[in-house]
Design a protein around this ligand. Structure first.
Ligand SMILES: Cc1cc2nc3c(=O)[nH]c(=O)nc-3n(C[C@H](O)[C@H](O)[C@H](O)COP(=O)(O)OP(=O)(O)OC[C@H]3O[C@@H](n4cnc5c(N)ncnc54)[C@H](O)[C@@H]3O)c2cc1C
Length: 400
């Protein structure tokens, strides 16, 4: 896909430039000129020029030119308030593995304000190169500016793979980048690998409602873009002996143009849980039967210093807020212990919790699929088993 201006038909009326919501068109020597880095092919200028038909969108799909020149694995270094998000260190670990197979470098793109000093830590966590743009205009995340800068860097340096956190920020920026580059994007990957023979990125994710795991390939376009949720891969530990290159870049003010402005930042309420970070999760399913019955799970969670989780069946019933939902359409978690109480273990739930270090399942049906992923299985009625566990843990922990 692309866009072209027929200079013979263009009258220089400037209507296209006025219509373009992305400020991608300027008039040069009385003719329209389109900046492909800013253009999103939204079609607004084509409509505006309908009378003269000087602007045309070219729709045939082609292979990325010089596809073999795309080399390297990149990670989008998401930060919040200047703090690099832990998911970035998880992605750097996976990127290192992929890059070692491909025998290329790992690079990380760090955009923000007062972030320069974080680049060294990113190198310790596995990057060979960190591209940093440290600018007060990047203090708050604005998807247009972030995407414009990232797209520009990709066009210039041509990485073959880009890993992005599947967070609100990551999803927002990378979908724009994918559109600007006209490449595909595989969202919420749970496994990543390399087919060395074809030099292709194997991006595996749940498909068809989680009933199958699909491996997605992008044979004809570069870079290959994937998002990965927090806690899917382990965080890479820092290696203080690692060294790398920090490349600082500046961009002219056109890169910071945005149609949105941050007026105010409202911090998350303290009561909002982040179960992705919990070390102990006591999760309940439909078997709990009511919001009130979650009290017995909360008691066990309190004794162990954990939090509660829930299946979608529970959240849909309104017994527990969505922030506690684990699974494909909820959070991905990786606690030290995950108690699954009255949870059948459907694939959509398993994809969110199966990488937990220890899984304890309580279910009265011995053939429930949850037992296939559990390290410890207790066949019994959760209303009897869970209070006994709470009592026993309380006694043992009191003694400790
Ligand atoms: C597109 C899509 C996305 C989805 N996303 C998610 C998601 O993110 N997270 C999620 O969880 N689900 C998700 N689901 C729903 C998922 O398919 C299941 O329906 C859901 O996980 C089932 O929840 P459950 O285990 O609580 O209920 P059930 O499947 O009804 O299981 C209840 C279990 O409790 C056991 N039980 C009953 N009474 C007792 C008792 N007294 N003591 C002990 N055990 C007892 C039963 O034997 C049974 O195994 C999604 C579905 C779709 C189609």
């Amino acid at each position: 896909m692309g866009i072209s201006v027929d200079k013979n038909k263009c009258t220089g009326c400037g209507l296209c430039a006025l219509t373009c919501p992305f400020y991608a068109i300027s008039m040069v020597n009385g003719k329209a000129e389109i900046d492909l880095e800013k253009c999103t092919l939204c079609n607004a200028c084509v409509e505006a020029c309908r009378k003269f038909q000087a602007i045309q969108i070219i729709r045939e799909t082609t292979k990325t030119p010089d596809i073999e020149k795309y080399k390297g694995v990149w990670v989008f270094g998401e930060q919040r308030n200047g703090n690099v998000q832990p998911v970035v260190y998880e992605l750097l670990g996976k990127a290192r593995e992929l890059a070692d197979k491909l025998q290329v470098d790992v690079s990380c793109v760090l955009l923000g304000s007062n972030v320069k000093d974080k680049a060294q830590e990113i190198i310790r966590r596995g990057a060979d190169v960190v591209f940093v743009t440290d600018n007060p205009k990047l203090e708050h995340f604005l998807d247009e500016s972030y995407a414009r800068i990232l797209t520009n860097l990709i066009r210039k340096h041509r990485p073959e793979i880009l890993l992005v956190p599947a967070t609100v920020t990551g999803r927002s920026v990378i979908s724009r980048v994918a559109v600007q580059l006209r490449v595909g994007l595989t969202a919420d990957c749970t496994e990543l690998d390399i087919d060395l023979k074809e030099r292709l990125f194997l991006q595996t994710r749940p498909a068809f409602g989680g009933n199958i795991m699909a491996t997605i390939l992008s044979k004809y376009h570069r870079p290959q873009l994937a998002t990965v949720r927090h806690k899917v891969f382990p965080e890479r530990a820092a290696d203080p002996s690692r060294t790398g290159k920090i490349i600082e870049m500046d961009f002219d003010k056109s890169f910071f143009i945005s149609r949105t402005r941050v007026l105010n930042v409202v911090e998350e309420m303290a009561s909002t849980v982040n179960i992705s970070e919990a070390n102990v999760i006591v999760a309940g399913g439909r078997a709990l039967g009511s919001a009130e019955n979650f009290r017995i799970l909360r008691e066990l969670a309190d004794v162990l210093g954990g939090t509660i989780g829930a299946t979608r069946a529970v959240v849909d019933s309104g017994w527990v807020p969505y922030a506690h939902q684990v699974g494909q359409t909820g959070k991905t978690v990786c606690p030290n212990i995950y108690f699954a109480c009255g949870i059948s273990g459907q694939i959509q739930h398993l994809v969110g919790m199966q990488s937990s270090k220890i899984i304890v399942a309580v279910n009265k049906d011995p053939s429930a699929p949850i037992f296939q992923v559990a390290n410890y299985g207790i066949v019994g009625d959760l209303f009897e088993v869970v209070p006994l566990l709470t009592k026993k843990f309380r006694e043992v922990l009191k003694r400790a």
